[in-house]
Design a protein around this ligand. Structure first.
Ligand SMILES: *Cc1c(COP(=O)(O)O)cnc(C)c1O
Length: 430
């Protein structure tokens, strides 16, 4: 498959955009390839600038549960555009979207709309710190919560420490307030609580940023208990899993309720929109009612709000999509497993609704340490082979795949066949 225009496009982009991309994961650095430059997309297919077509399992990293250019979302956006792009004043649509989000999630009383997941998480964290009146927070190794300073923190050598900045420019003085525990390991959580004065615990209850690694349900119950015991605010970061794994995200799988939630991706229907929300008692600390400052010129932007509302209304009207998407995800992962097994390749797979993951790993993956034992070189070769057959998987072993409603069994079976061929090619190379 020729990708000359992508290669040229990447070289040209690098002259004016740092690293040629506006978000680092797009650079394909962990698979050592050249990013595919996209011309257009429709349904579950991408078309690149060389005219090649790909079955898209990235779906803009999650938002496009109805695929590209969904008729209803497109129409909502087109209608909205005619009335003005932005006002910086309230619109009735924002209320409608807020009502819809609250209706679909059991544990939300109030929300606020923002423009990115990073912003939602950063604001929820500030709120959690204000409510608990404690500065220390706890996150989990392998979870991603956007790029605000407090959360660009890694576990130090060995887990269960206060963290080290994972980016230059993050002050040590700030990072020392972020404790990092091991995912699915309650003992490591208790250890952190003993060491720090923790007021906030943030977790992806269905982690999608170390590959797909769901939290054990009894682990979530344990977390709720620790937070209650120590007076800490529990935040579920569902920027990826919210309205995606299932219409009500983690609530579909677990009875545990967090105090605050963050959303993004699907709730914008492909436009820049995110939200945070939760108990009124905490949310009312937000400005203009309370003393926690948070604001945004383009927050609740009418075009983004229209796209998000159209997506959520369509989800509500079609609850049957989740079991259907899950069936397709299971068909895909079972197929991958069988093709791998035929060739003695170790693979671990996981499905949560429309989200799926696979690791080239001999053992089950329960946390980031396990995930890191995966064969990333094998993944890179598999990724490249699949790309050449027209299958667009996320360009890292530590990402999640997404099924959209425009996919069907025939497409999935085609992908499984390509996977078998790719495994053969990889083995010949090795
Ligand atoms: C994508 C993501 C974010 C960050 O959202 P952006 O819109 O990229 O800023 C935060 N948390 C989780 C769990 C995510 O998947």
């Amino acid at each position: 498959m020729e990708r000359l225009h992508s290669i040229n496009g990447f070289n040209e982009a690098k002259q004016v955009i740092v690293g040629g991309v506006n978000s680092p994961v797009r650079a394909f650095s962990s698979v050592g390839g050249i990013p595919v430059f996209i011309q257009s997309a429709k349904g579950c297919k991408l078309v690149d600038v060389d005219g090649n077509s790909y079955i898209d399992f990235v779906q803009s990293w999650g938002p496009l549960i109805f695929g590209h250019c969904d008729d209803d979302i497109e129409l909502a956006v087109l209608n909205s555009i005619k009335n003005g792009l932005s006002f910086g004043a309230p619109t009735l649509k924002e209320t409608a979207l807020a009502k819809q989000i609250i209706k679909m999630y059991d544990s939300l009383e109030k929300v606020r709309l923002v423009s990115s997941g990073t912003e939602a998480v950063m604001s929820a964290l500030r709120l959690g710190r204000a409510y608990s009146k404690k500065d220390d927070i706890l996150k989990f190794d392998g979870c991603y919560h956007g790029h605000s300073d407090s959360l660009l923190v890694n576990a130090g050598s060995g887990c269960v420490t206060f963290g080290n900045p994972s980016s230059l420019g993050v002050p040590e003085d700030l990072a020392k307030h972020t404790y990092v525990a091991r995912y699915n390991d309650l003992d490591s959580v208790y250890e952190c609580f003993k060491k720090g004065n923790i007021g906030c615990v943030i977790i992806e209850p269905i982690a999608g940023n170390m590959g797909l690694v769901p939290a054990d349900l009894n682990f979530l119950e344990g977390l709720r208990k620790v937070c209650d015991e120590f007076g800490a605010v529990l935040i579920f970061d569902e920027v990826m899993s919210g309205f995606r794994a299932w219409s009500n995200g983690i609530e579909h799988y677990s009875k545990v309720r967090a105090d605050l939630y963050t959303f993004g991706k699907v709730i914008g229907g492909g436009m820049p929109l995110a939200a945070f929300g939760g108990k009124d008692e905490i949310m009312k600390l937000l400005s203009p009612i309370g003393g926690v400052y948070q604001a945004g010129t383009l927050s609740g932007n009418p075009i983004a709000t229209s796209a998000g509302l159209a997506a959520l209304l369509k989800i509500e009207a079609n609850p049957q999509i989740y079991p259907m998407l899950e069936k397709l995800a299971l068909r895909l992962t079972e197929g991958l497993k069988q093709e791998a097994k035929k060739r003695d390749i170790s693979i671990q797979t996981c499905v949560r609704g429309s989200m799926f993951g696979f690791f080239f790993n001999e053992n089950e993956v329960k946390n980031f340490d396990d995930a890191k034992k995966s064969d990333t070189k094998l993944f890179a070769r598999f990724h490249a082979a699949m790309l050449n057959k027209g299958v667009y998987f996320a360009c890292s072993q530590f990402e999640t795949g997404f099924i959209c409603t425009k996919m069907n069994e025939k497409i999935i079976d085609e992908v499984i066949m390509y996977a078998g061929e790719s495994f053969d090619e990889i083995r010949l190379e090795a």
